[in-house]
Design a protein around this ligand. Structure first.
Ligand code: DGL
Length: 284
């Protein structure tokens, strides 16, 4: 049976980071049903190899299609997009697929000093896709690149029930401070970094910390809103936008502990209790 406009949109990430994209999707597409899958049993993706992340991406896409009949897929993870988006599109030619990549192009437009900091996972920064993106912008600005191992996982820990919340917040703060110090001097004076790209969807939830560290003059650039607009464009092109007035819905699935996803969704999306459930998505 052909996919109908009333079918849900699938969204996935290694964990809670993609909720920052889901939040933008819900704002842009208030009548859609969403199924969000957090692959927390296999996070963090940024510390795994491309082959593993690609295999997880394909297994999750297949699961969301087979079990939930999704009409479109948003890969709300820079690392998975870098590792697998081309193959994903080739494997599902009829499925609208939206990925995320570090917002280097918008940062070039935004910078005045010409110095742009980029924080992302090791996997994203080491990928051929990111290399091509960087090369395409050569000469347009100076990019300072900072891998942040451990930061996505530390942000996951902010909503874990079994950790000391204050200690975890301090850990996130320390990792952000290390990254910011390694990047250099921030501000809007000549020679300073005036634009910081948050190249991992998890880092959006550390924005208040990063803002404190870099100061008010620096622009923080993330991708939620443009990704949501692209999702709307693709759904409209395919004639698959939900009808105006259709009741929105949200299902939250986690391959790890669903309580962590539930806590994150309650904190950042105001999702009602009892929304998140455990799911198994084995590799074939
Ligand atoms: N949130 C993901 C990203 O945007 C991945 C974080 C991770 O699992 O390492 O890259």
């Amino acid at each position: 049976m052909p996919v109908q406009p009333g079918a849900p949109v699938g969204v996935f990430d290694s964990g809670i980071g993609g909720l920052s994209v889901l939040r933008a999707l819900q704002a842009e597409l208030p009548h859609e049903r969403f199924v969000y899958l957090a692959d927390t049993a296999h996070a963090p993706y940024g510390e795994r190899g491309d082959a593993f992340v690609a295999a997880r991406t394909h297994a999750i896409a297949d699961h969301l299609q087979a079990v939930h009949g999704i009409k479109a897929l948003v890969v709300a993870c820079n690392t998975a997009t870098a590792a697998a988006i081309h193959e994903l599109r080739a494997r599902h030619p009829a499925l609208p697929v939206v990925g995320v990549e570090p917002a280097l192009k918008p940062a070039v437009t935004a910078t005045r000093t010409g110095r742009i900091g980029v924080m992302a996972t090791r996997g994203t920064l080491a990928s051929a896709k990111f290399g091509r993106l960087l090369a395409s912008l050569q000469g347009q600005a100076e990019f300072l690149i900072q891998p942040c191992p451990g930061l996505a996982l530390a942000i996951e820990g902010l909503v874990a029930s079994d950790v000391d919340a204050a200690a975890q917040a301090a850990r996130v703060e320390a990792l952000c401070a290390d990254a910011v110090a390694a990047l250099g001097s921030f501000g809007d004076a000549p020679g300073q970094i005036d634009t910081l790209v948050l190249g991992c969807t998890h880092y959006v939830f550390a924005e208040p910390v990063l803002r404190r560290l870099v100061g008010p003059a620096v622009q923080l650039v993330e991708t939620g809103a443009p990704v949501a607009r692209q999702a709307r464009r693709l759904l409209a092109q395919a004639g698959l936008l939900a009808a105006d007035g259709a009741p929105p819905a949200l299902a939250l699935l986690a391959t790890g502990d669903p309580r962590q996803l539930q806590a994150a969704a309650a904190r950042w999306l105001a999702a009602p209790a009892g929304t998140a459930q455990a799911v198994e998505v084995p590799l074939p």
